[in-house]
Ligand binder design. Structure first.
Ligand SMILES: *Cc1c(COP(=O)(O)O)cnc(C)c1O
Length: 360
C-alpha cells in the first residue's frame, strides 16, 4: 500500500450528486427545476449594479438580504442565516448536529443531497418508506433511533412533487424527542398552492428544534446561489460559528434582496407555474402515464416500466426537450421528472408523450 492522504470514514461511500443535463445548444432544459420565467428584472438590475464594487468584501452576515427577507416574510432578521445556496445551509446543519455514530432520517424518495451531507458529517442515513410517493409520518417516526439527531423533510418534495399538510408536519414534530432537529426544506414553497400547505414558520417560532430552509434557486436565481434558513436562536448561533465568514457574495446579497422585495414577480411565477402544472398534469394522465399531483415547479411522470421511461426520455431529447431521469439518483426507474417551462416546451412535451402513449 502506498501511503497517501485518506478521506474521513464514509466519504468514499458517498454517491456524487447528479445534476440535470443541459443537452445540445438550443435545447430546452426541463431537468433542474429552474424558474419558468427567468429572474426578476429588479434582481438582474441589482446584480449588475454590484459589479461596480467587486474589490470590496461583502458584509459577512448578509444583513441586507436578511432584512429584506425579514420584512417580506415577517420574521426577525436575527433568526435568519443565509448560505451559498441552500446546499450550503444543509451542509452547515449536518456539520453542526451530526457526527460519527449519529443517524439522520429521511424519506425514501427525499432529496438526494440529504444522504450526501449526512455521510459527509460521518453519520448514517436511514430511509423511511413512503406511501404513494409521499412522506409517511408514521414511517419516519418508526425509523427514529436513540442516535437520531436530524430529520430531513423536503416539503414539497423533490423529485416526487408531493407534500405534507401543515397538520401532518405538526404531527411529525409532536412525535419527535426535543433533542432531534426537524429540518423542513421548503425549496418549492413559492410554487405551492394547496390550502393546507404552510412553510411552518409558526412551528419554527414555537419550537426549539425546528428550522425552515429556503432557496432562491427555483425562483429565478439558481446561478447566483442563495439559500436561507429561519430557526431558533441557539441553532442560528451554532451555525454562525462555522459558517464561511463571507459565504454569500455581494452581487448575490443585492440580487436576493431585490428579488425578495419583488413580490409581484414571485406572484407571477406562482400563477404561471400553477397554470401549466395543472395543464400538463391533465394532459398526460392516461392509462399509459400517471402524473403525481405536484405542489412544485415540476411533475413526476410514472410510466409502465423503466424501458418506457427511457424511450420517452430519448424521444423528448431528440426534439430538444431535456428532462430528468430519476432511476440512478432516486431509484424510481420508471419515472421522469419534468420541470414546468415555457408554454411551447410544455405543449411539446404533451404532444410527444401522448403520441408515444398511443403507439404503446
Ligand atoms: C433544488 C433544491 C435545493 C437546493 O437548492 P440550492 O439552493 O440551489 O442549493 C434544496 N432542496 C431541495 C428539495 C431542492 O429541490
Amino acid at each position: 500500500m502506498v501511503l497517501r492522504p485518506t478521506p474521513q470514514p464514509g466519504i468514499l461511500h458517498i454517491a456524487p450528486y447528479v445534476p440535470g443535463k443541459s443537452g445540445a445548444t438550443g435545447a430546452i432544459k426541463l431537468s433542474s427545476n429552474e424558474s419558468p420565467l427567468g429572474a426578476s428584472p429588479k434582481a438582474i438590475e441589482a446584480y449588475r449594479a454590484a459589479a461596480e464594487h467587486l474589490e470590496i468584501y461583502p458584509e459577512g452576515s448578509s444583513r441586507i438580504l436578511r432584512e429584506a427577507l425579514g420584512e417580506v416574510h415577517g420574521v426577525d432578521p436575527e433568526r435568519i442565516v443565509c448560505g451559498n445556496g441552500s446546499d450550503d445551509i444543509l451542509h452547515l446543519l449536518a456539520q453542526t448536529y451530526l457526527g460519527d455514530g449519529d443517524d439522520a432520517v429521511m424519506s425514501r424518495y427525499g432529496f438526494s443531497i440529504y444522504p450526501i451531507v449526512t455521510q459527509a458529517a460521518g453519520a448514517r442515513i436511514l430511509m423511511a418508506e413512503e406511501t404513494d410517493y409521499t412522506a409517511d409520518v408514521d414511517a419516519i417516526l418508526a425509523s427514529v433511533t436513540e442516535r437520531t439527531k436530524i430529520i430531513w423533510l423536503a416539503n414539497p418534495n423533490n423529485p416526487t412533487g408531493t407534500y405534507l399538510s401543515i397538520a401532518e408536519v405538526r404531527r411529525l414534530h409532536a412525535g419527535l424527542r426535543p433533542d432531534i432537529l426537524l429540518v423542513i426544506d421548503c425549496a418549492y414553497a413559492e410554487y405551492a398552492t394547496a390550502d393546507d400547505y404552510s412553510v411552518g414558520l409558526d412551528l419554527v417560532a414555537e419550537a426549539e428544534n425546528v428550522v425552515m430552509v429556503r432557496t432562491f434557486s427555483k425562483m429565478g436565481l439558481a446561478a447566483v446561489r442563495i439559500g436561507w434558513m429561519v430557526g431558533p436562536e441557539h441553532v442560528v448561533d451554532a451555525l454562525n460559528r462555522i459558517r464561511g465568514p463571507f459565504n454569500v457574495n455581494l452581487p448575490a446579497q443585492l440580487a436576493g434582496a431585490a428579488a425578495t422585495r419583488d413580490v409581484a414577480f414571485t406572484e407571477k411565477l406562482k400563477t404561471y407555474n400553477a397554470q401549466w402544472r395543472d395543464w400538463l398534469t391533465a394532459e398526460l394522465n392516461s392509462n399509459y402515464m400517471q402524473v403525481m399531483p405536484s405542489q412544485a415547479n415540476f411533475v413526476m411522470v410514472l410510466f409502465p416500466d423503466a424501458h418506457h421511461a427511457s424511450a420517452a426520455f430519448a424521444a423528448l431529447l431528440e426534439r430538444g426537450l431535456v428532462v430528468r431521469e430519476i432511476g440512478n439518483s432516486y431509484g424510481i426507474a420508471n419515472a421522469l421528472r419534468i420541470s414546468i417551462g415555457p408554454e411551447q416546451a410544455m405543449r411539446g412535451v404533451g404532444g410527444i408523450l401522448n403520441a408515444l402513449a398511443e403507439i404503446s
